[in-house]
Every structure is written in C-alpha cells, then in structure tokens.
Design a protein around this ligand. Structure first.
Ligand SMILES: [Zn+2]
Ligand SMILES: [Zn+2]
Length: 179
C-alpha cells in the first residue's frame, strides 16, 4: 500500500489522483485474519500542507463469535480520511519541521513514498466489532455442559443453572436482551 507521490506533491492544491486498491493483507496485523484481499477506491488530493487521502475499502475478516466461540466470516467496509505530510520539501529538498504530536503513520518519507499500511491497520481494527456475534440469534454455549446450542440440544434449561454459573447466565441473558 505504498504510493510514490512526488508528482502529486509538485502539483497544484486540489489536484487529485485516483487509485484502485487491491492488497493482500494477510500480514497486516497478527490479530486480524482476512479471508479476502483488501479492495476499494483511494483518492489522493493535494492540499496546502500535504496530501489528503480518502479511501473506501472493504474486505472479509474471520472473527470468533463471542457467544458460541465459532469462527465466522464478517464482511466489513470502512472509510479513511487522513492528511499525510511530507518530511522533505519536494522542490528544495529541505527537511520540513514536524509538529511534536505528529502521528508518524501519516508522514510521507524522504523518497516521497506515502504508505497507507499503518492507517489501514488502525482503521480496519476500529471497524471490527469488540464483541462479535456470528448471527443475531446465536444461542451460544450451554452454561452447564458447554455444548454449542446452535448445533446440539442438551437437557439443560436455563433454570437448571448451577449457582456457580449464575453470574455467567446473567451476562448471557443480558447480552440476549440487547439483540
Ligand atoms: Zn455464535
Ligand atoms: Zn447443556
């Protein structure tokens, strides 16, 4: 996800480049398990200060259901809107001072390469649910015997719950009531 933006940096404010992105993101983040490439459209717009990147990206990620612990495919789409700043002046070659709090993920390097990788990783992470569920009516695991209630019927009813599991049951009931 690296783009040489030297021509765009030499351009006028408002000048735009349009790219179709298709990238293998298998190695993007050990916590993210993609089932497909990352795809989408990327616009780069020359601003006074640098380059504004607007992207609309999608992929399908494998998640683990927080109720039944089963793996499932989660199609996700997310937007990026981030201004990147050059570290070297494109015309003079001079080093450009950076603000103290500049996120290094949005710096264009000395070879005028704009690398989207870290911003994609951050925004994709934010696009994934914290407590994913494989389907709205996922029955989860039986709190007594641990069987997956989506696949198997067991003899336990919610009333049979061992008091030691009562707290877990209360949490499960609470999560169900939020559907
Ligand atoms: Zn589930
Ligand atoms: Zn059971």
């Amino acid at each position: 996800m690296r783009y040489n933006v030297s021509q765009l940096l030499k351009g006028h404010v408002g000048e735009t480049r349009h790219y179709q992105l298709q990238n293998d993101i298998a190695d993007l983040d050990p916590a993210i398990h993609p089932l497909t490439d990352l795809n989408g459209a990327v616009d780069m717009i020359r601003t006074n200060e640098g380059i504004l990147v607007r992207a609309n990206l999608y992929s399908t990620i494998e998640l683990t259901c927080s109720r039944c612990l089963g793996a499932f495919a989660f199609p996700t789409r997310f937007q990026i809107e981030e201004e990147f700043h050059p570290t070297i002046d494109i015309l003079s070659g001079a080093h450009l001072p950076q603000a103290q709090d500049t996120d290094t993920a949005t710096l264009i390097d000395a070879q005028h390469t704009l690398d989207l990788t870290e911003i994609v990783r951050q925004d994709l992470t934010l696009a994934l649910p914290l407590a994913p569920v494989c389907r709205n009516n996922c029955q989860g695991l039986c709190p007594v015997c641990g069987k997956n209630r989506n696949q198997e019927v067991c003899d336990h009813h919610d009333d049979d719950v061992d008091p030691r599991f009562a707290k877990l049951q209360a949490l499960l009931d609470e999560s169900k009531s939020h559907d």
